[in-house]
Design a binder for this molecule. Structure first.
Ligand SMILES: [Zn+2]
Length: 389
């Protein structure tokens, strides 16, 4: 059985070991060592990466008590090799994971909720609790966790004997009975967990709860600790800084300023829609009386306005009034007539203008992909003068 050096010293970044076996596994090689500082995936924490005997360690997995290091090149059984972890990556995970224990311990102590889901990705940590918490409650918890970090209390990990374990009250996701490893944060938490943690809470640096949402009768929150939290905060400051520059307001007043700008945008949209409607009414009033077909084109109209235009056009012609909104190759159309049975003509019209659609005898609507030229050619006249842009 491989000696778990990471259990004894979570800060061990380099070590030497003997290769017990090396087997080809697909594109990779699975190497078993007599001892290792590489943590295999577990407890919500990803496997360590790094170098081993000059090869890249791509993944580490423990199955049936055997820890396999998956490498990009083979090693020789019996040889002594040096291992080196991607330390910063591991340290960030230890910061996040230890911070999660503090938070989960405090949530359990104050509210009795259990941590029922934990995902520790790089720069992305989510925790699920089986009860709901509000933002003010989370703010209080965040402060309390950061006070625990500032308190720099010891974090210890050990495998208690059965009698000791039975006498202890600890948090655990699984009903484990054998080889239970406990992680104790002095004064805050006791939890079964196999992953490496920091030695004192001060190493966590800080903990930020980013956001949260309702999730399966409880909540799912996103949090970050230490270096990940600093990088995340930096990115947020930069985003706020650029918004504050664009709006020429102090950083903390950006939400108010954005609301104001969005309100103004809404008013402008409304005013533009009103103006378009007025222009449309003027255009409709200016349509010539004709016995031929009217063919009208508008760059951007909703179906309601397009229908109003067609209704106005139908008053001016004894033929068809066909109105199109959009651009060449992508039109919505409405065609109306007081004399022609459009329902029976729909097939022919759609074939001529590459369209699809239908409706009632006096009005049909749909879409088509013909060009304006092709449409005008079909309806047998140039668009009325008033419609030229
Ligand atoms: Zn854990």
């Amino acid at each position: 059985m491989t000696e778990k050096l990471y259990d004894l010293d979570s800060h061990l970044r380099e070590f030497s070991a003997k290769v017990i076996s090396c087997e080809k596994d697909g594109e990779r090689w699975a190497v078993v060592l007599d001892r290792t500082a590489f943590f295999p995936e577990g407890g919500g924490q990803a496997a360590d990466s790094g170098e081993l005997g000059g090869c890249r360690v791509l993944d580490v997995q423990e199955a049936s008590g055997v820890i396999r290091h998956y490498l990009d090149a083979p090693l020789t059984a019996g040889e002594a090799v040096a291992g080196k972890l991607d330390w910063e990556k591991r340290f960030r995970r230890m910061q996040n994971h230890s911070g999660e224990h503090l938070l989960s311990g405090l949530v359990h102590a104050h509210y009795g909720y259990r941590n029922v889901g934990f995902h520790l990705g790089d720069g992305d940590v989510t925790v699920d609790f089986d009860g709901e918490l509000t933002r003010p409650q989370l703010d209080e918890l965040e402060t309390e966790v950061n006070l625990a970090i500032a308190g720099n209390v010891p974090v210890t990990c050990w495998y208690p004997a059965k009698e000791e374990l039975n006498a202890l009250e600890y948090r655990s996701k699984l009903e484990l009975t054998e080889n239970v490893r406990l992680v104790k944060i002095e004064g805050y938490d006791l939890c079964a967990c196999c992953a490496p943690h920091v030695s004192r809470t001060g190493e966590i640096g800080s903990m930020h709860i980013l956001d949260f949402m309702r999730h399966r009768g409880g909540i799912r929150l996103r949090m970050l600790c230490g270096l990940d939290a600093v990088e995340d905060a930096r990115a947020r400051y930069q985003a706020t800084l650029s918004i504050s520059g664009l709006l020429s307001v102090p950083q903390l007043e950006t939400p108010k300023a954005v609301r104001r700008v969005l309100g103004e945008l809404e008013e402008t949209k409304q005013a533009l829609a009103d103006a378009r409607r007025q222009i449309l009414q003027m255009k409709a009033a200016a349509l010539p009386e004709t016995t031929g077909n009217l063919c009208l084109f508008e760059p951007e109209l909703d179906m309601l306005s397009l229908r109003e235009l067609v209704n106005a056009g139908m008053e001016k012609t004894s033929g068809m009034c066909a109105a199109f909104s959009g651009k060449d190759g992508d039109w919505k159309y409405i065609i109306g007539s007081r004399s022609v049975d459009l329902r029976s003509l729909a097939k022919e019209i759609n074939a001529a203008i590459n369209g699809r659609g239908g409706g009632r005898p006096e009005m049909i609507q749909g879409s088509c992909t013909a060009s304006r030229k092709e449409i005008e050619a079909y309806f047998g006249l140039k668009a009325p003068k008033a419609e030229k842009e």
